[in-house]
Design a protein around this ligand. Sequence first.
Ligand SMILES: Cc1ncc(COP(=O)(O)O)c(C=O)c1O
Length: 428
Amino acid sequence: MKTKKTLALLRQYESRNVTFVEPDGSWPIVWERAKGVHVWDAEGKKYLDLTAAFGVAAAGHANPNVVKAGQRQMAKLLHAMGDVHPHELKAKLARELSKITFERWSKASGKTIFCNSGFEAVEAALKSSLLATGKRGVIAFSGAYHGLGYGALNATHRDHFRTSFSTQLREFCSFASFPGSAKDLDEVASAIRGYFRRHKIGAILVEPIQARGGINLPPSGFLPLLRKICDENRALLILDEIYTGFGRTGKWFACEHTRTVPDLICLGKALSGGFPISACVGRAEVMDAAWPPSSGEAIHTSTFLGHPVGCAMALAQIDEVRKRGLVGQSAARGRFLLDEIRTQISTSKFRIEVRGIGLMAGLELKNLDGSPATTASLKIIKTMLHHGFILLPEGEHANVISFTPPLTISESDLRMTTRELNRVLNSL
Ligand SMILES: Cc1ncc(COP(=O)(O)O)c(C=O)c1O
């Protein structure tokens, strides 16, 4: 069996603590191919993907136009020279990112630093804010996930990721509570203002909706409040839209729900639909204040910066999101999904809380005494997998079943998922 062989090889040759393998063979599956909303495993079994593989496959897995753009680019120019000899598509993608962000939100334009992983885009934003403001302190939030590189890890809140490495962290972040409702806002504001009084804070870094933290939606006044506090304190607002960008929440970017314009925005995941490319886009004025003209040796770069294949795929992916109306579709399908979860799923054994916006939804499972129902949630996800549905748990206690499917998913696939989920939940 291919699956067994692959997992045995990983056990032997991949570092421990990367791929989690259940000894009884119930997790994981080995992916062989994917198309649209479906994934096939190494044994030929077909699955419906409710994760879009961490939100990446927004326009569907292996979207034909995105794949074609990548293939054409591979044949023509596979690699260029990051910050030295550029290629045309890097310039075109930087222009496109400006157009879909700052030029849509304001009269300003945007300037981009390209990176590879999401966490690097966060780190490019942190560097930009330090250079622009001269202030080292950053405010981030409880439950935040900004990636695991040594810069971004300072702003990622969960102990699980930080504890083993804490002696090498620089600890430039102060954490405020991520608000759950409007009544929390006064307290959050006063904690943040306290940090501004006590420390030299250059930026507030926040996810407009926390994804890995458990699909946490803040009250609508939250981002405007952060914008106001940043303006009062000459600090920058950095939005991490690595998960929420490109239509995931039913707007191009989640900040548009409250018309909040950031100074810097971090993008990744769905940007290319599958090639590791990310971007930190800043208001041009901020980026120009931050970064001095290059004297020939850039002070921030990397070998694969602005990779030609990633740029070609990202341009095609943005085109697909636009032409197929996936942003509006995400909003509509998201409403349908929430409605389905609320009407189809019920249980007397657990307490359920449902939340979401666009195609980013979470079903939090608690025991009747209010404690996180982690074991049940993991069991449900595993059983769903064996029934042909790929889902992931989110949140500190892994008790939030999250739904971030490709934006191309149909209502009937969503309905099939919620019905099956209800059956599995009630069979525990
Ligand atoms: C909001 C957010 N920021 C940053 C990251 C880190 O991205 P990457 O894993 O590509 O480094 C993630 C990954 O899940 C994320 O959800």
